[in-house]
Design a protein. Structure first.
Length: 363
């Protein structure tokens, strides 16, 4: 029913209060003057349609519904006082305004039902319909199959099926594909498959975006936990903090495992320290804390070295188990010919720590 001040006529307002649909009883009510009936018939009511979105004013609530008023409507809009509608009204006071979508109109008795939750659903569906490549969304990982993952994109109360290929599920291949099933993860929209009629999502792109921030948080000397993603004759690759990958050189692997690197399985848990971060986000890890030659290196410093390899551009030498320097060709003139395994005394000519390049001469 409309508030009295809307009508501007106390007698007419009384008629409305007698019956919320005066077209049935009011017109035949002999106690109502012809002038009032004429005013009633001339009143310009707004009759909403299902799907209309209106700005309504909260009036009060009963055990079963919330009552909202809109100027020009004969009756309140009634919203069920249950389920997901409750969260929109729990802090609402009389006179507060809120958007409502009309869900039902009975023209016989002008009974109107509405929903606030349905508006949120409409907004969510609109957002989903406008998803494009590069948009970030939350997705629940439902199940895994040999090709990848069936996922569900969630926007409010609306969900949308999508697919995430194995190759896009992480920075590295997941050693246990089922480990993320059941989780809600942030992913990136990769593309839309016309053939499958579904969105393709990408977890790897999202994780790559976290790398700079996670690297900033790293502290040398701190203990970290990760899992092995692969091994080579020269070391172990480890993933940690969800998005970072580092290398433990063989010389920095615990001695008891140093000769068994090839036996270490992907997925094995491992503890380590961050040794340093090189350009292009290359992270050097270690299981052994010791001083690096780089920490004490100075120009002119003399070091005993061992020839690693002979190249057309010069001779590569080991300065310790993990540090390699170069004796350029022009520093080899009139010097004894060197071969792999030879010991040689060298002097540091230049040291580029950020790019890990050392130029040497023979002493």
């Amino acid at each position: 029913m409309l508030e009295k001040e809307i009508y501007g006529n106390p007698e007419l307002a009384h008629v409305f209060e007698e019956d919320n649909m005066l077209g049935k009883r009011g017109i035949g009510n002999k106690n109502v003057s012809e002038e009032v009936l004429a005013e009633y018939e001339a009143f310009d009511y707004r009759i909403p349609k299902k799907g209309d979105v209106v700005n309504a004013t909260f009036h009060n609530k009963s055990d079963s519904e919330y009552l909202l008023s809109v100027g020009g409507f004969k009756d309140f809009i009634r919203v069920d006082n249950k389920g997901s509608e409750f969260k929109h009204f729990e802090d609402m006071e009389k006179g507060d305004e809120i958007e409502v979508i009309i869900t039902q109109v009975n023209n016989d008795d002008f009974f109107i039902r509405g929903s606030v939750d349905a508006i949120q659903e409409r907004i969510a569906r609109d957002k989903i319909s406008k998803l494009k490549r590069g948009d970030f969304v939350y997705a629940r990982i439902l199940e895994v199959n040999p090709a990848g993952y069936k996922v569900q994109i969630q926007q409010g109360s609306v969900s949308l099926s999508a697919f995430m290929p194995n190759t896009l599920a992480g920075i590295n291949k997941l050693h246990d594909p089922s480990s993320i099933v059941g989780q809600d993860l942030e992913v990136c929209i990769e593309s839309y498959s016309q053939q499958e009629g579904t969105y393709i999502v990408n977890r790897k792109r999202y994780l790559r975006g976290l790398i700079p921030e996670e690297i900033e948080k790293l502290e040398t000397g701190e203990v970290y936990n990760g899992h092995v993603t692969g091994t080579t004759p020269f070391g172990i690759f480890v993933e940690f903090n969800d998005c970072l990958t580092g290398l433990i050189h063989k010389v920095n692997v615990l001695e008891e495992f140093r000769d068994k690197i090839g036996q270490i399985e992907p997925g094995c848990q491992i503890q380590f320290y961050v040794k340093e971060v090189l350009p292009k986000n290359k992270i050097i890890l270690t299981q052994i804390l010791r001083e690096s030659l780089w920490d004490s290196m100075d120009i002119g410093m003399k070091i005993k070295a061992k020839v690693k390899d002979v190249k057309p551009f010069g001779v590569l030498v080991f300065l310790d188990e993990e540090t390699v320097g170069l004796i350029p060709t022009n520093e080899l003139k009139n010097k004894k010919e060197l071969k792999k395994g030879d010991n040689v005394n060298v002097k540091v000519l230049s040291a580029d720590k950020s790019n890990r390049k050392i130029s040497l001469s023979i002493v």
